[in-house]
Design a protein around this ligand. Structure first.
Ligand code: PLP
Length: 368
């Protein structure tokens, strides 16, 4: 008989849990995990390979534990007068957030979030023994300064997680809400800005609130706009003291010399790496318009994906799309699916497939 988890002396709080992860299926049109579906341009890829080639020559040595060059590159990329001392990076922003919870959360502490939101937030809370407190969103999945302040006063969390734009809904988050959350708590306020580059260009990032706010943390990733999901590079900006706290829990040499070299090289080409962002936003807006015309309910989105409602049977629609070589995401929100914006061709393939789904399974009205 094969050994199962139940046969092992596993932590009681992990018993019966299943690991997080969207299905990794190889289909023609993959619009399920909000990746940038445009590959890295060839000339940038060549430069990255050259940097990795050089890094390999000293790979017998441990990497720079402080990834100094990368932190300088990230500070320059973010702007806002940030210095390298205010930057920290890890293997994806998931690891950054885990380190933040290891330093500021943990047993006996709590983190407040506003579901539906990025499901890794509650899973990272669980993995670090931090109590996850879910609070309500307003209509259309928004949160306002009043909502956030009321939830903070009620629950007195040690950490507040905000996600702007929010995954999986795309909902904007105003910096007034961030400011209000900060003023209402003595704890850490973390703003997950994984989709910041897809926001309207004139909208300020929470990074602009960092001066004078030593408990504010803004996390970003190279996985989405930067087309670098497979390289695993996420980062945060905060007061240097927050970064000193994270040094207490990080594994030494957590960021490999090859990752550092690749990220520094990619950041040298930031404008080229980000060249597709406008195109992706255009395809996202096209999805909103055309799904709406088909009779689906869409929401304002500042990200690279669209949540749409009115799907009579999301599981059946998911399967019907898969049969047409298109994969989207079913997040278990009743009557809703989420789709990432693709290239023009992928977006057309998705919309054509959706028209066939809608013909079979007409959109339903959602309760107000
Ligand atoms: C995709 C995503 C991330 C990115 O995670 P990485 O570990 O950097 O790939 C973080 N936060 C949100 C809200 C996301 O949607």
């Amino acid at each position: 008989m094969a050994t199962t988890l139940d046969d092992l002396p596993i932590r009681d709080d992990l018993r019966g849990q299943s690991p997080y992860g969207a299905p990794q299926k190889h289909v023609r049109v993959q619009l399920n995990v909000n990746e940038n579906t445009h590959p890295v341009p060839q000339d940038v890829a060549d430069d990255i390979v050259e940097s990795i080639r050089q890094a390999l020559r000293t790979v017998n040595r441990y990497p720079d534990r402080e990834f100094t060059e990368l932190r300088h590159s990230l500070a320059a990329y973010l702007g806002h007068g940030l210095t390298a001392e205010q930057l920290w990076a890890a293997n994806g922003s998931n690891e950054v957030l885990q380190q933040l919870l290891q330093a500021f959360g943990g047993p006996g502490r709590s983190v407040l979030g506003f579901p539906p939101t990025y499901s890794m937030h509650s899973i990272l809370a669980s993995g670090t023994g931090t109590t996850w407190i879910p609070a309500q969103r307003d209509d259309e999945f928004r949160i306002s300064p009043e909502t956030v302040v009321a939830a903070v006063r009620e629950h007195q969390p040690d950490i507040v997680f905000l996600c702007g734009p929010n995954n999986p809904t795309g909902t904007p988050l105003s910096i007034d809400t961030v400011r209000a959350a900060y003023d209402a708590t003595d704890g850490i306020v973390m703003v997950d800005e994984a989709y910041a580059e897809f926001m309207p260009a004139d909208v300020p990032s929470a990074v602009s609130l960092l001066p004078g706010r030593e408990r504010l943390v803004v996390s970003r990733t190279m996985s989405k706009a930067f087309a670098f999901a497979g390289a695993r590079v996420g980062y945060l900006a905060a007061d240097p003291a927050v970064i000193d706290a994270i040094r207490l829990v990080r594994l030494p040499y957590h960021l490999s010399a090859l990752t550092q070299a690749a990220a520094v090289a990619a950041l040298r080409h930031a404008p080229e790496m980000l060249a597709m962002v406008d195109d992706i936003k255009e395809q996202r807006d096209r999805m909103v318009t055309e799904l709406g015309a088909m009779g689906y309910r869409t929401y304002e989105t500042w990200s690279n994906f669209v949540l749409f409602g009115g799907v009579a049977d999301p599981n059946a629609a998911f399967e019907a799309l898969l049969d047409q070589d298109v994969i989207v995401r079913d997040l278990g929100i009743p009557n809703h699916l989420r789709v990432s914006a693709g290239t023009e061709e992928e977006t057309t393939a998705f919309l054509d497939a959706m028209r066939r789904v809608a013909a079979d399974q007409p959109p339903v009205r959602l309760d107000a």
